[in-house]
Design a protein around this ligand. Structure first.
Ligand SMILES: [Zn+2]
Length: 115
């Protein structure tokens, strides 16, 4: 995928995880994550609890290793890279936050990610 697409994907994950975590969990910490994709450097500030931090890092790792130049929707991927339990957890977070954010643009992004 392109660097632009990568940036959109990580921003979407951030938005969804942060909303879910804020409403569900306590002991939220701030931290900064540096990701290198292709020759791009992406710095992302996150506000999540320890557990969600682990989960989002798993998602980032899957994205970094996504072999598709044109990323398919994860649900339609011929070689899904998420472990099943991790995928279920992520889908739950995306669904939860998607409903609450409720913007059309986010809905379409969510559909793209989950289909
Ligand atoms: Zn959390």
């Amino acid at each position: 995928m392109t660097k632009e697409k990568f940036k959109i994907e990580i921003d979407t994950l951030k938005k969804f995880f942060e909303l879910y975590c804020k409403n569900k969990h306590q002991n939220i910490n701030s931290f900064t994550k540096n990701l290198v994709y292709k020759d791009g450097n992406f710095k992302i500030d996150l506000h999540l609890c320890t557990k969600c931090k682990e989960d989002i890092e798993y998602c980032f790792q899957r994205l970094l290793e996504c072999p598709h130049e044109i990323k398919p929707r994860c649900r339609k991927c011929p070689n899904p890279c998420y472990e099943k339990s991790q995928w279920k957890k992520t889908a739950k977070i995306m669904k939860y936050s998607g409903v609450r954010l409720g913007f059309n643009s986010i809905k379409s992004k969510l559909k793209k990610m989950l289909k």
